[in-house]
Design a protein around this ligand. Structure first.
Ligand SMILES: Cc1cc2nc3c(=O)[nH]c(=O)nc-3n(C[C@H](O)[C@H](O)[C@H](O)COP(=O)(O)OP(=O)(O)OC[C@H]3O[C@@H](n4cnc5c(N)ncnc54)[C@H](O)[C@@H]3O)c2cc1C
Length: 452
């Protein structure tokens, strides 16, 4: 048994940062992780997947030369990219992160940790007792849908997809959420025959239907077979994996990538010992990230959005609360998220459907990017739009989507508007530089005003 001030259980981006900050503030911190310090994002998530997307986008841009600037022929090669990812992740070695964390003053314990009541964690045969706090940042793992036969297959998750040195001839992606569509487009652009199988009626089902339609159209134009509303009736393995769908269609692939969502494993961290239902999908927290007396949680496990920026945002709040510093609690009215496909789908706050469900007096504004000056100049690869969702009673935006070549970057302005509840009149009075993509926001505001 050993005592300390704080145990950080799970070192995703927020957990690592919080452990460092708490140690720097003079507390005795023990940081526990069974995997790599830094979590999913730097090794199998954001960073390598965005590197893959950067490479795939280069291929797509080169293929666009023919339509606008002469001729170019492109021969994709996965090997330099695979090498680059191996270097970027230090061959999936966290020594740099470990030294960074220890340099900030935390003690690292490797192993699977399990809560033993409110202020204790058992790991590697040692009972760690925390005088002040246990902070949980254990993240999520890929959820595997209960499809008969799936368990017996050797399928990929995001980890194998990122680690692969060799491309399959064909790939079926189970799941049309952000991770599924991003990876599908990457592999397809590298020449892999691609099918996406999504049980919901549309891709990115949590986002605006306009985003789903745009993405399905672009992926299909690039040769990806997109099956939505797809119920799997049979799954066979052999030299190839075969999937039969309820509508009679058949999908085949050399490999299967399961990207059907992610869930936390609350039983594995002993959530029951602090009175939390282990069958739930998240650890419920208050606005200061407290689960219960002496226990805080941050990141994917809290269910407020599986994003690195959420993990870091919540970490800062939890750290201040643990240190007894006053600060505003967490607010989730302006959570930004970007699906880094081409076109990028950036979104913030509520969708139109969500705003209507909440009974707001909803007004929307829409404009197509291709019709903007910059969209026309961009010409090839200019698909996209801006959609605004306003609460007409309060005269503010409550949600927005920017889809297009710079959809993620355009989101900054829209996030500020939703976050700070900037009055619509202020947004309308602003000067938008010509000919930027973000100037399309003004056209969407005009459309919103016309509807009045
Ligand atoms: C392919 C992919 C692409 C993504 N792209 C983006 C993106 O572009 N932008 C974005 O914002 N987000 C992205 N994400 C999500 C992002 O990776 C996560 O939201 C982020 O890592 C934050 O997670 P977390 O803080 O909850 O912890 P995680 O990163 O999930 O880390 C949890 C840590 O806890 C450890 N752990 C778990 N259980 C235990 C235990 N019992 N004992 C000890 N240690 C334990 C694990 O080993 C791990 O190191 C992506 C995810 C994936 C899979």
């Amino acid at each position: 048994m050993s005592d300390c001030d704080v145990v950080v259980l799970g070192l995703g981006p927020g957990g690592e940062d919080a452990a460092g900050k708490l140690a720097e503030s003079g507390l005795e911190v023990v940081a526990v992780d069974s995997g790599l310090v830094g979590g999913e994002c730097p090794y199998w998530g954001c960073i390598p997947s965005k590197t893959m997307i950067r490479a795939a986008n280069l291929l797509a841009e080169a293929r666009r030369v023919n339509a606008m600037a002469g001729s170019a022929s492109v021969t994709p090669d996965w090997s330099p990219l695979a090498r680059h990812i191996r270097e970027e992740t230090d061959d999936w070695n966290d020594q740099v992160a470990v030294e960074r964390l220890q340099g900030r003053g935390a003690r690292l314990v490797r192993g699977h940790g399990r809560l033993q009541g409110r202020r204790a964690v058992e790991v590697a045969g040692e009972l760690l007792r925390a005088r002040r706090a246990v902070l949980i940042d254990t993240g999520t793992a890929p959820w595997v849908p209960p499809v008969p036969g799936l368990d017996e297959l050797s399928y990929w998750t995001n980890r194998q997809a990122v680690e692969t040195d060799v491309l399959p001839r064909s790939l079926v992606v189970l799941g049309g959420g952000a991770i599924g569509v991003e990876l599908a487009q990457v592999f397809s652009r590298f020449g892999v025959e691609l099918s996406v199988v999504e049980v919901a009626e549309r891709l990115l089902s949590m986002e605006e239907p306009e985003s789903s339609d745009l993405l399905a159209r672009v992926l299909r134009e690039e040769g990806v077979a997109v099956h939505c509303g797809a119920q799997i009736t049979r799954l066979t393995s052999g030299p190839e994996i075969g999937i039969e769908l309820e509508d009679g269609s058949k999908v085949r692939g050399e490999k299967l990538l399961v990207a059907a969502g992610r869930r936390p494993d609350l039983a594995a961290i002993g959530a029951g010992t602090i009175g939390v239902d282990e069958k739930g999908n998240s650890l419920p927290t208050d606005e200061h990230m407290r689960v219960t007396d002496g226990v805080w949680a941050i990141g994917d496990v809290t269910g407020h959005g599986a994003f690195t920026h959420m993990s870091l945002y919540q970490a800062a709040i939890a750290v201040d609360d643990i240190l007894g510093r006053d600060r505003p609690g967490a607010r989730y009215h302006a959570v930004p998220r970007v699906t880094f496909t081409d076109p990028e789908i950036g979104a913030v706050g509520m969708s139109e459907r969500e705003a209507r469900r909440r009974g707001l007096s909803v007004r929307t504004g829409y404009t197509s990017l291709a019709e903007s000056s910059r969209g026309a100049i961009h010409r090839v690869g200019n698909a996209g739009f801006v959609k605004l969702v306003a609460d007409d009673r309060r005269r503010v935006l409550v949600g927005a989507t920017s889809a297009g070549p710079s959809g993620g970057e355009m989101l900054g302005l829209l996030t500020l508007a939703v976050h700070a509840e900037v009055p619509l009149e202020q947004l309308e009075a602003m000067i938008y530089a010509y000919p930027t993509f973000h100037r399309a926001i003004q056209a969407a505001l005009d459309d919103l005003a016309r509807g009045e």
